[in-house]
Design a protein around this ligand. Structure first.
Ligand SMILES: NC(=O)c1ccc[n+]([C@@H]2O[C@H](COP(=O)([O-])OP(=O)(O)OC[C@H]3O[C@@H](n4cnc5c(N)ncnc54)[C@H](OP(=O)(O)O)[C@@H]3O)[C@@H](O)[C@H]2O)c1
Length: 346
């Protein structure tokens, strides 16, 4: 398209795990970029990153950085979004925020394009990207929700370390080497956050992602519960989540028990999931085909398999849902939203 409108884009957290993937996707998708600002903290200012064959120096993110910016993609932690998103909006930018800062704000749409893209119209400057574990779950639930209604979901997650940022990836690799060499693994990063105790992730499974809440659930578990209700616009749906960090670099896996409101035929469910946008059905037990984290890495889709009717509740379905947390769980969902905004403004 020759007269395509091009946009001034800022990526906040460009040196991070999610930000790096956003920059890659903007390039791969040939997003109509006019100018690009790559922003980080003062620590990485001056780092060179490449985009479309050109080198860009990373700058420290400040309110003035957003002068003239049309679309700002934030993935530098909730505090940075809280400190800078308003400054970006004041200067006329639309912010697509990957952090937890605004997700439950009633004025901020929480968007998974395949599920509720119509909500972006309601934005007042900020559009929130849901939590990575929520995105892949709601993408898989949506076709079932629309066809049968859902009364209850019980989810257990098996989450990759990249969900906790690039330092957690380094930590897994370092600890794995140390454990194999028989030296001390010295846990330092996981669970992430200002928590007094850190645990070994190499050869382990940690049933804590983020801080414990007063009700005994962790913040990650409560994010999955609250965000799903908001995205499906259904306060009555019952959800229970147990979130576990496992020693995988990328790709979150989830075991879901889903109670539907109506009877279902397995063949119809299979067909609906196979046809749904953004979902890939991988479900052939005979040839041992089911979604795997290794197979999802670098791909935009949410993979669904291990479909089976529950043994005791005939209206319930068990399934296994896998997606690359840095792609659909973060960067790809954000870039999809940016593409909708760009298309609307052409
Ligand atoms: N990883 C995932 O799967 C995932 C999924 C969904 C949402 N998220 C959310 O996305 C955000 C980033 O996650 P990540 O995994 O990419 O983390 P990360 O790898 O640790 O990267 C953090 C990024 O934020 C920048 N940053 C830190 N403090 C800053 C400050 N004061 N001002 C400006 N930039 C600052 C860092 O820059 P420096 O290089 O200067 O430190 C880096 O670019 C988090 O809020 C996370 O919850 C992550």
């Amino acid at each position: 398209m020759t007269n395509q409108k091009r946009f001034n884009v800022a990526v906040v957290g460009a040196t991070g795990a999610v930000g790096g993937q956003i920059v890659k996707l903007l390039e791969q998708r040939q997003f109509p970029v006019n100018t690009l600002k790559l922003l980080s903290s003062a620590r990485s200012a001056g780092t060179k990153l490449s985009f479309n064959g050109q080198e860009f120096a990373v700058e420290e993110a400040k309110p003035e950085s957003f002068e003239g910016v049309d679309i700002a993609l934030f993935s530098a932690g909730g505090d940075v979004s809280k400190a800078l998103a308003a400054a970006a909006v004041e200067r006329g930018a639309v912010c697509i925020d990957n952090t937890n800062a605004f997700r439950m704000d009633p004025d901020t749409p929480l968007v998974v394009p395949e599920v509720n893209i119509e909500k972006i119209k309601e934005h007042q400057g900020i559009i929130a990207n849901p939590n990575c574990s929520t995105i892949q779950m709601v993408a898989a639930l949506k076709p079932l929700y629309d066809r049968y209604g859902i009364s209850k979901v019980i989810v257990s997650t098996y989450q990759a370390v990249s969900g906790a940022g690039s330092r957690a990836i380094d930590e897994l690799l370092r600890q794995t080497k140390a454990a194999l060499e028989g030296t001390d693994v010295n846990p330092d990063i996981l669970p992430v956050g200002s928590l007094p105790v850190k645990h070994q992730i190499a050869f382990n499974a940690i049933p804590q992602i983020d801080k414990f809440q007063d009700n005994g659930f962790t913040l990650e578990e409560m994010k999955m519960i609250r965000e799903t209700k908001k995205i499906l616009d259904d306060e009555d749906i019952q959800l229970t989540a147990t979130c576990v960090r496992i020693p995988v670099v990328s790709g979150h896996s989830e075991s879901l028990y889903v109670e539907l409101k109506e009877d279902f035929q397995m063949d119809e469910v299979r067909q609906m999931l196979a046809d749904a946008p953004g979902l890939t059905l991988v479900d052939d037990p005979e040839s041992q085909q089911y979604p795997l984290a290794t197979e999802s890495a670098g791909k935009p889709d949410v993979f669904v398999g291990r479909l089976r009717r529950d043994l005791y509740e005939p209206r319930a379905l068990n399934m296994w849902v896998v997606s690359d947390n840095l792609m659909k769980g973060a960067a790809w969902n954000a870039v999809q939203i940016a593409e909708y905004i760009a298309a609307e403004r052409q």
